[in-house]
Design a protein around this ligand. Structure first.
Ligand SMILES: Nc1nc2c(ncn2[C@@H]2O[C@H](COP(=O)(O)OP(=O)(O)OP(=O)(O)O)[C@@H](O)[C@H]2O)c(=O)[nH]1
Ligand SMILES: C=C(OP(=O)(O)O)C(=O)O
Length: 219
């Protein structure tokens, strides 16, 4: 039997507004390149996962769109009214086959861990949405809908509970690099401990020494 393949839909806010809780997290590093680096590492890892046939980024950001296209992603604009769940739904509406909604803030994501999660979903109950909670367990980093099943995204706030309440089943044993979303400086340090992708690492490495000097507890 051939393995199911997936289109990964990744929403990305305009870089000037994205990751506001992370603003100033790295001394001397401007915010927009950092927000873009998180997305570049997320998308690079997704593109390197064998069951992923395409990555579709939903963004209105011209600079990010250009950089993500250069990596090999397809890029489409936000729907006119904007918003996170509408962006996911818009992406999903452009896709034939199975859809994986993935947030753009997973800079430690390893292709092998994403692949394992996709294979676990494919081996589980058919025609059921599956989700992976973020590291704290309250949010969602990944929501998957097999071909023919509506994505029905409920991201935002305590979305793990919202996805479970909507009938999606939690994936068990999802790898730590899938679950490690980055909203704050503490999250970025936790992602660095797992191993950052090359785009975020390039910005993180020079700033790390200054960070540790400012707060030795982060070492
Ligand atoms: N295209 C698009 N993406 C969005 C929108 N809102 C959030 N996202 C993306 O959804 C993902 C998860 O959102 P959050 O983790 O809350 O990120 P964020 O909104 O950039 O971060 P904060 O400003 O700190 O809340 C990130 O990849 C965001 O860029 C939106 O209206 N449109
Ligand atoms: C939008 C979400 O992310 P965060 O909690 O990272 O803002 C979510 O988990 O549904």
């Amino acid at each position: 039997m051939t393995e199911p393949t997936w289109t990964v839909v990744v929403p990305l806010k305009r870089l000037s507004a994205a990751k506001s809780r992370l603003r100033g997290a790295l001394p001397g590093v401007p915010h927009e390149p950092l927000a873009l680096a998180l997305a570049l590492d997320t998308v690079s890892a997704a593109l390197a996962s064998p069951p992923v046939r395409e990555v579709l980024v939903v963004t209105d950001d011209i600079v990010a769109g250009r950089a993500l296209r250069a990596l090999g992603a397809r890029v489409t604009p936000d729907p006119p009214a904007g918003g996170l769940n509408p962006a996911f739904s818009r992406g999903a509406s452009l896709v034939d086959g199975g859809v994986v909604a993935l947030t753009a803030d997973l800079p430690a994501l390893r292709p092998a861990e994403l692949t394992a999660a996709l294979r676990a979903a494919a081996a589980g109950p058919p025609r059921v949405r599956r989700f992976a909670a973020d590291a704290p367990g309250t949010g969602t980093v990944l929501l998957l809908a097999p071909a023919g099943v509506p994505l029905d995204p409920r991201f935002g706030g305590p979305s793990a509970a919202a996805h479970a309440a909507s009938g999606a089943l939690a994936l068990a044993d999802v790898g730590p690099t899938v679950r490690r979303d980055v909203d704050t400086r503490a999250d970025l340090l936790a992602a660095a401990a797992l191993g950052l992708g090359r785009y975020t690492a390039e910005l993180f490495a020079p700033a790390a020494a200054a960070l540790v000097a400012a707060d030795p507890d982060t070492a």
